[in-house]
Design a protein around this ligand. Structure first.
Ligand code: GAR
Length: 197
């Protein structure tokens, strides 16, 4: 059984997609052992607790500096003894020491077709605002391994989504989630859990 630790910052719809895929048998040989949020008010924590999943909030605001937060965050991950760490809308930079310790064991979902609209400053709605500003006709989502760069690690899965003429950033974000993110993130976890990557 693959032990999965999911890190979140907000609404947690990708976390929900993972939970639902496990319940539906679309992800096999995996269990969520802990959900960690840097944001105490994240609805994702309620989703986890509602399912009886261990859910922990650990905020940088409660630490004197970034280094102390990073140490506490890594300890919080280590305690869960995960085989895989999933960044599902986690808006905190992963400390290099953790990336080395969990090499090829951290994956991230990004709401564009990397290498478009990714890297520093591209997160959440900003990604979709940039895609609409550039006038692309196709966007999508990417699941990739996390390395020391921002959105630079090896790509695992991508799925394209059409941009429609009247799209607003929010409308496009919702379509990318429904048609791409909520499918390829669970799919990637199932592939890893079953030794297909
Ligand atoms: C998702 O769209 C995810 O791809 C994005 O944040 C959103 C979180 O939504 N992540 C990034 O932008 C990372 N660079 P959720 O909390 O409902 O899953």
């Amino acid at each position: 059984m693959l032990r999965v630790c999911v890190c979140v910052s907000g609404g947690g719809t990708n976390l929900q997609a993972i939970i639902d895929a496990i319940d539906a048998g679309k992800i096999t040989n995996a269990q969520i052992v802990r959900v960690i949020s840097n944001n105490k008010g994240a609805f994702a924590l309620e989703r986890a607790r509602g399912k009886g999943i261990d859910a922990v909030a650990i905020s940088p605001k409660d630490y004197a500096d970034r280094e102390l937060f990073n140490e506490a965050f890594l300890q919080c991950v280590d305690e869960a003894e995960p085989d895989l760490v999933v960044l599902a809308g986690f808006l905190v930079v992963i400390p290099p020491v953790m990336i080395q310790k969990y090499e090829r064991r951290i994956i991230n979902i990004h709401p564009s077709l990397i290498p478009s609209f990714c890297g520093t400053g591209y997160y959440g709605l900003k990604v979709h605002e940039a895609a609409l500003a550039r006038g692309v006709k196709v966007t999508g989502a990417t699941v990739h391994f996390v390395d020391e760069g921002t959105d630079t690690g090896p790509i695992i899965l991508q799925k394209a989504v059409e941009v429609l003429p009247d799209d607003t950033p929010k409308v496009l974000q919702q379509r990318v989630m429904e048609q791409a993110e909520w499918q390829i993130l669970p799919q990637a976890i199932d592939m890893i859990a079953n030794g297909r990557i």
